[in-house]
Design a protein around this ligand. Sequence first.
Ligand SMILES: Cc1ncc(COP(=O)(O)O)c(C=O)c1O
Length: 407
Amino acid sequence: MSDLSSLRRDFPILDQRVHGQPLIYFDNAATTQKPRLVLDALDRYYRRDNANVHRGIHELSNRATAAFEAARARAAQFINARSADEIVFTRGTTEGINLVAQALSARVKSGDKILLTEMEHHSNIVPWQLLAERTEANLSFLPVTGDIGLLDLNRLDEWLTKEVKFLALTHISNSLGTINPVAEICGRARKLGIITLVDAAQSAGHRLVDVQEIGCDFLAFSGHKMCGPTGIGVLYGRQEVLETLPPYQGGGEMILSVDFQKSTWKHAPHKFEAGTPDIAGAVGLHAAMDYLDKIGRARIAEHDQALGAYAYEKLSQFKSGIRLFGPHIGRAGVVSFLLPEVHAHDVVTLADQRGIALRGGHHCNQPLMRKLGVESTARASFYFYNTTDEVDRFVEVLAEIQRFFAT
Ligand SMILES: Cc1ncc(COP(=O)(O)O)c(C=O)c1O
């Protein structure tokens, strides 16, 4: 495993004690911490360049516009899009998926199928449910196999029928840690003319994500899960598909001209960005993308997966029936578990008392939890600034918690 621990110095927040103990931050699937470089970029933008974009001709507005558009070009490069015109800035993954599901409405008719998987986050289920309600389309779900949490790809052909118009699936499961072979799945779907969307919330900041290699039509991710600020995200749309979609929201910035009765709008991506965008967020995200690429996303992936495997292995040696979810091998840096007879919330509360930030609950995966026959799990999720020493301490604390409940 690459030793990236020296990078911890870039994260002022990590250097603190919580309840008297050194902070161990294992809630990275919910949001990651921000390096100084990103904080500085935000500060610099507001101190020096702040103005509204695209409509001013004064110096500050030109600077803000240049910075905003440079972030768009950087995002295109980050995921190997063909052009910056394929990058729509959003509030995050959730908004990106809502935008697509909303804008696709006119293309869906009664009886069409939208194919999702059983491991989707609520943000990749509910927008499609709303679309299905509006259009009388049907949702179906690719099954997940038991606690191992893999998609049953042997049966994919049975699910990719001619009624399926859209397929939306996650790259990495936020509660199982499963890494789905999205390039293979999207490739098979596209041969049948199915429009595909990949939820890259858990992957974009953790590994190389190449939209051309994946071959998807859409891909969405959130800045805050990859060292960037909250409130900014990216929706990639393949130009030929993106351009054909109608606007998602109306307002300033997205129009060419407005008359009392009718308006015309700009080309993509601008027609999807009504109103003043999160300019500072884009600037911060730009800094985050530079930072991650300086470390190297292949190194980050290797580190996160190795730490995930290390934690999984340590936990599986636990005496007395810990339940572990997700694949045994090839998992991302996410480990969900349940101690026998201990509620996930109790694990998280007691771990917090020892300075360890975990998450307990359904992780916005209620249908998946039901399928697994549980209400909730406890989850540790890692990033490159986490270390094996921290995992060792976490395992020690879990053993204490288990002893506490056994007595
Ligand atoms: C797999 C997955 N998809 C989507 C989301 C939603 O991301 P956001 O809340 O940033 O829009 C999350 C957040 O946890 C996630 O893990």
